[in-house]
Every structure is written in C-alpha cells, then in structure tokens.
Ligand binder design. Structure first.
Ligand SMILES: [Zn+2]
Ligand SMILES: [Zn+2]
Length: 278
C-alpha cells in the first residue's frame, strides 16, 4: 500500500530522538531562512530579478524539472541524514549548484506558491510583478522569523509541504518511481568503500559462489555484506544495490538518488509503524 507523502515523512520523523529532531528543525529553519533571504534579495534588485526571470524563461521544461529535482534532492539530503548518515567522502550533489540556478529554482517555486495562494497577484502586468512578489516575500519572511524560536516538528511543516509538492511534480514529470530501473553506484561512494580482512573462512561471496579465504582483503558494503573486490566492482558499475539484501548505495543519477533517499524515509516510517506509531 502506498503511504501518503506526508504520513511517510511524519512517521519517519517520529522515530527521531528529541535532540535529533531539534537539530533537524534548526538546520531546516536556517536553510529556509537563508533561501528566503536570497529570494528577498533577488526581488529587491530590478536587474537581478530580470536576469533570473530571463534565465528561467530560457530553460526548457525538462531543464526546469531537473532544477526542481536537484532542489528536492538537496532537501531530502537534509531530511534523511539522521536516518542514514551520508558516506564521509561523498561530496554533496547539490553543493555544486550555481547561484544562477539556485536563484532560478527559488523564484520558480515562489511563483508556484504565489499562484496557489495569491493567484490574482500574477494576473497583474509583468512590470508590477517584482513589487508585488517582493511584498509577499517579506510577509512570509516575517512568518519564518516569527517561529525560529520554536524548535519542534511544527516548524518543519512548510518545508515538508515543499518536499511533497516537488516530489509529486518530479514523480510525474521526471522518472522517479519507476521500479526496476538500474543505475550505477556513485563513483565517490564506491571509492569510499572500506576493505576489510576476512576473519574466518567458509563465507561465500554470493556473486562468484566461491569462498572468501581467511586473511584476504575484501569489500564491505554499508549493509555489512562482504564480497571479493573483483566481483563487486563490476556489479556496482551496473547497479547500486547490494546483491544480498538490495541495500542501496548512493548513485550519481538525480532521479535515482531521489528514489533512494525517499526509500530511506519509507523504511524509517515503517519502523515507526511497527513500533505502534499512532
Ligand atoms: Zn566473488
Ligand atoms: Zn547487503
């Protein structure tokens, strides 16, 4: 049965310890605040606003979908790092987002938000948009700063609302959610895999069905399963899952990563339901 996005996120968050939840709330609040500041800044500058709008117009539909997908991935990284810490060497995939693209996606999402809550604002002539949006932006800015002191789950609701919308959109327009789509594991994640020495013999490598001899250096996946390096490397070049338990390693494909991180939330939410979450 498919759980609603919101239920999944709430159930996953309910498994966090209070200290983790306040850490998460704090980091999400400051991130939202930072993004809102950037948006207010861009709306306050006529030249930056017209450049960004121009950039947005120049993007094709699929480029816009990709921008939203990257923003969603960035947001999911924030939500999931308490459930499954990212490998230490892995560079944040959204760390490399250009200022121009960040501005474009922030403006795009704000236009969607405005279209939903204040559709009449966008019926005004284009020349008036910047002033109108600028006012709306400072209004919501006040709301954000008004609740920064509150460090509980409630502060996360607007953020989860954004994640939910982006996920639906990307799910329909992109290719998230296609079962059985295989993607290679991320190179950075593969390079960071540890080598361990086989402590006792008699354990079989499930790929080649041969024994991993005692004292030999083998590869350990984060799920603790062991494989010969010669066997697992070609495997991970084709797919990012463990041959034993289907644990997913990070991948370089944006849509694949969104699906993987969403899976982390779904798994965490399942644990909370098992534990009698109401
Ligand atoms: Zn093997
Ligand atoms: Zn495994």
């Amino acid at each position: 049965m498919m759980m609603e996005e919101e239920t999944t996120m709430m159930a996953a968050l309910s498994t966090l310890r209070p200290s983790q939840l306040s850490d998460l709330s704090y980091s999400i609040m400051s991130l939202s605040f930072h993004h809102r500041c950037r948006l207010c800044f861009l709306l306050s500058s006529p030249s930056l606003f017209s450049l960004t709008l121009h950039h947005l117009h120049s993007l094709s539909f699929s480029q816009k979908t990709l921008l939203i997908a990257r923003h969603l991935l960035f947001s999911l990284h924030h939500l999931t790092r308490h459930f499954q810490p990212p490998p230490p060497l892995l560079l944040h995939p959204s760390a490399a987002i250009k200022h121009r693209d960040l501005d474009a996606v922030l403006l795009l999402l704000f236009l969607c938000e405005t279209n939903q809550h204040n559709p009449e604002a966008l019926e005004r002539p284009h020349a008036e948009w910047r002033d109108i949006l600028s006012n709306l932006c400072s209004d919501t800015m006040l709301k954000i700063t008004g609740i920064t002191g509150v460090v509980d789950g409630a502060a996360l609701i607007p953020y989860m609302e954004m994640v939910k919308r982006c996920r639906r959109f990307v799910g329909i327009m992109g290719c998230v959610g296609k079962e059985g789509k295989e993607v290679a594991a991320s190179i950075a994640a593969v390079v960071a895999l540890p080598a361990v020495e086989v402590r006792r013999g008699g354990v079989e490598c499930v790929i080649c069905k041969e024994e991993m001899r005692e004292g030999r250096d083998v590869c350990k996946l984060p799920c603790q399963h062991l494989f010969h390096w010669m066997c697992i490397l070609p495997w991970l070049k084709k797919r990012n899952t463990c041959p034993c338990c289907r644990f997913q390693l990070p991948c370089d494909d944006i849509f694949g990563e969104i699906q993987r991180l969403w899976g982390v939330l779904v798994k965490a939410s399942g644990k909370s339901l098992d534990a009698g979450w109401t």
